[in-house]
Design a protein around this ligand. Structure first.
Ligand code: AMP
Length: 401
């Protein structure tokens, strides 16, 4: 059974075609510059196969036509007909409080995704365009929506309510939602299968990449997470500031004659590692800078690790203890120095890593805690696309029965 996973952005579209029998990706690709000049499709297949096409695409439907042509091409395709694709799973940013699980897409689901445009202005419209493009070309193929916010919907009110007048929650839906939910859910499901851990284990998941978020999970369910109404809240990220005093927005806006929107754009796109290091939003470059003696880079690394460490402490306190800490995403999976700096000094709470195991692990799964560590510390590559494909398969299979 083959499942196509789609992640549609406003001018881009990523896809992966899974063979679900052995859970492998048989083809994947990226369409860029949809709706603007110099469009491009990059399609990868088999071991090292690659096909590139320069073509202008006026909208997502045209982009999807090219994707399907590539998938079915006699030269670089992997299927003979659209009918071989059993279902399509779509990544959708915001399901709000109404769509709290993955779901088969019907008119109601489309309507709710649209209703949440104000909460996900950059993503939800693009995600819906991707869904409509696929429906136009594959009207008889079942489609499933998988939401970035859904996993976090188990948070209790004490974790998701902000201390502002209730009318803003009741009328405008302002609360903590959390993001990267598909990644957190995938890791939460995998970690409790490890020896010594149980379904009831208390787990902190540190998804540390260009965008970063942490979650506290008990019973495989989210109790709290660091991102909020939008993905701006929480720890320092590539170009996002993470949490700060909201009065900063007004202060900068008045002093620099900027609108609130301009300030928030700056906090999203020109802040974080990039702004503090004055060098790069990429963690690797910040380390290189620090090694060269650049004080701003060293300070940036200190701010980053200190911020992540504080969440680890806070979530352990919130859960009344900790059984496992998992590092995932670009930085979490690949960078032993970042993992070491987050864990440094946390021995008092039972987190003790084995430096050699930590240094040896890069991009693969493994346990990095010392034999006598009370808390298991793991590196675990995330796989959001596989999680989307699994949900899609199980929903369409259930519906067929
Ligand atoms: P992601 O958003 O999950 O793709 O993660 C991107 C981030 O991971 C960037 O900040 C990269 O610098 C970082 N990253 C990827 N590989 C490494 C590595 N080997 N060492 C340090 N950071 C890395």
């Amino acid at each position: 059974m083959k499942i196509l996973v789609i992640n549609a952005g406003s001018s881009s579209l990523k896809y992966q075609l899974f063979e679900m029998l052995d859970k492998v990706v048989i083809a994947k690709g990226l369409v860029e510059r949809i709706g603007i000049a110099d469009g491009k499709l990059t399609h990868r297949y088999g071991e090292n196969g690659k096909f590139e096409l320069d073509v202008d695409m006026k909208n997502h439907t045209v982009a999807m036509e090219h994707v399907l042509e590539a998938l079915m091409s006699p030269e670089h395709g992997v299927i003979h007909s659209i009918d071989e694709i059993s279902a399509v799973g779509h990544r959708v940013l915001h399901g709000g409080e109404k769509l709290t699980k993955s779901i088969i897409i019907d008119d109601y689901v489309e309507q709710v995704i649209e209703e949440y445009f104000p909460l996900g202005p950059l993503h939800n419209p693009a995600n819906l365009m991707g869904i409509r493009a696929c429906k136009a070309i594959m009207p008889d193929t079942p489609m499933v929506a998988v939401f970035d916010t859904a996993f976090h919907q188990t948070m209790p009110p004490k974790a998701y309510l902000y201390g502002i007048p209730r009318k803003y929650y009741e009328n405008l839906g302002i609360r903590r939602y959390g993001f990267h939910g598909t990644s957190h859910r995938y890791i939460a499901g995998e970690i409790v299968k490890k020896p010594g851990l149980t379904q009831g284990s208390r787990v902190i998941i540190a998804h540390l990449g260009n965008g970063s978020s942490l979650s506290a999970c008990v019973d495989g369910k989210c109790q709290d997470t660091s991102m909020g109404l939008t993905p701006l809240e929480g720890v320092l990220m590539g170009t996002r500031s993470g949490s700060l005093d909201p009065a900063v927005v007004q202060f900068i806006s008045e002093r620099e004659s900027m609108t609130a929107t301009q300030v928030v754009n700056m906090l999203n796109k020109e802040s974080g590692l990039l702004a503090l290091s004055q060098r790069s939003s990429d963690m690797r470059d910040v380390y290189t800078g620090a090694e060269e003696g650049d004080k701003n880079c060293q300070e940036t690394l200190d701010v980053w690790a200190y911020g992540v460490k504080k969440y680890v402490g806070a979530y352990a306190a919130a859960m009344g203890g900790l059984d496992a800490l998992v590092f995932t995403a670009g930085i979490g999976e690949n960078d032993y120095r970042s993992r070491a700096s987050v864990c440094e000094g946390l021995e008092f709470m039972g987190i003790k890593i084995d430096a050699r195991k930590n240094e040896a692990l890069r991009g693969v799964e493994g346990m990095i805690s010392a034999e006598d560590s009370k808390v298991q510390v793991w590196v675990m590559p995330t796989n959001e696309e596989l999680a989307i494909a699994r949900d899609t398969l199980s929903l369409v299979t259930a519906e067929a029965q």
